[in-house]
Design a binder for this molecule. Structure first.
Ligand SMILES: C[S@@+](CC[C@H](N)C(=O)[O-])C[C@H]1O[C@@H](n2cnc3c(N)ncnc32)[C@H](O)[C@@H]1O
Length: 261
């Protein structure tokens, strides 16, 4: 899990009109608010919304959640998504649109793909700073005419997924998607930048075996786990199906056919 106490992290407004929002966020996250650049990392509130930025020489650029522009805009415009591994692993095909719990939401990229394909997706993120970035991205998406309907399919819960799953109320999800942090992951430039920023906040998700256990007890139809292609399966359970891509892999734990309710 995370060890944010070893990091110095603060909130900063990038212009006077964002001071109140920065103050509210600092209070919510129990972080100091600063006026100048200081410490290891800053959560900065500005016109773009909220971003996380590492300070110092050679630091990568900021990371923020953008469901409106970038790769997501391209995907919406050109109708992508159905061919993605995450969609195949979760059993999204034809008219099948399972309800999904993404219990390791991170920056919500996988969840957005599933929501854009028409699934209702509940997202759980336990690291408050990451959850704040995600909540900010969702709020901006909800305010955008082109993306509001997709964002409306995404429901964010902040907290530990093991706890939330153990106390689940109401209809259980058909599919649970897990993508815990793994020590040696995808080395693409984007992922590298995010991992450099995130690793000290998030840690290595060593409790993934316990998360898989509770997920298998709650999901009605299947649990899917994203792993780096050559990584071992999560300890304790061997998957019955595997979907391998170039750099990552999905381990699939089927419980019931998705064509049946
Ligand atoms: C590799 S990232 C997920 C990236 C995500 N699939 C995406 O598309 O952006 C893993 C995330 O899962 C979160 N996480 C891991 N275990 C969790 C748990 N038990 N409860 C809630 N969040 C968890 C971590 O804090 C981290 O942000």
């Amino acid at each position: 899990m995370s060890n944010p106490e070893t990091l110095s992290l603060a909130v900063r407004a990038l212009a006077p009109q964002f001071t109140a929002a920065a103050q509210a966020l600092a209070e919510h996250l129990c972080l100091p608010q600063v006026a100048e650049e200081e410490g290891d990392m800053l959560l900065e509130v500005g016109e773009h919304g909220l971003w996380l930025r590492e300070l110092g020489k050679g630091a990568p650029g900021p990371v923020w959640v953008d469901f409106v522009g970038g790769a997501n805009a391209h995907r919406r415009q050109f109708g992508g998504g159905a061919g993605q591994m995450v969609a195949k692993a979760c059993g999204i095909k034809g008219s099948i649109r399972p309800s999904i719990l993404d219990a390791t939401a991170g920056l919500g990229r996988d969840a957005f793909v599933m929501a854009a394909l028409g699934c209702s997706v509940t997202l759980i993120e336990r690291v408050p700073v990451v959850a704040a970035l995600l909540a900010d991205g969702l709020a901006r998406a909800q305010a955008d005419a082109d993306v509001a309907a997709i964002a409306g399919q995404m429901h964010l819960l902040t907290g530990d997924a093991i706890e939330l799953i153990n106390n689940w109320q109401g209809e259980p999800p058909q599919v649970i998607h897990l993508d815990p942090m793994f020590p040696h992951r995808d080395k693409s430039a984007l992922v590298k930048k995010e991992m450099r920023l995130f690793r000290p906040l998030v840690g290595d998700d060593d409790d993934a075996p316990a998360l898989l256990e509770v997920a298998l007890a709650l999901a009605t139809h299947r649990v899917v786990v994203k792993r780096p292609r050559k990584a071992p399966a999560i300890e304790g359970r061997a998957p019955s199906q595997v979907l391998a891509g170039q750099s990552s892999r999905y381990d699939i734990y089927p419980l019931k056919s998705l064509s049946s309710r």
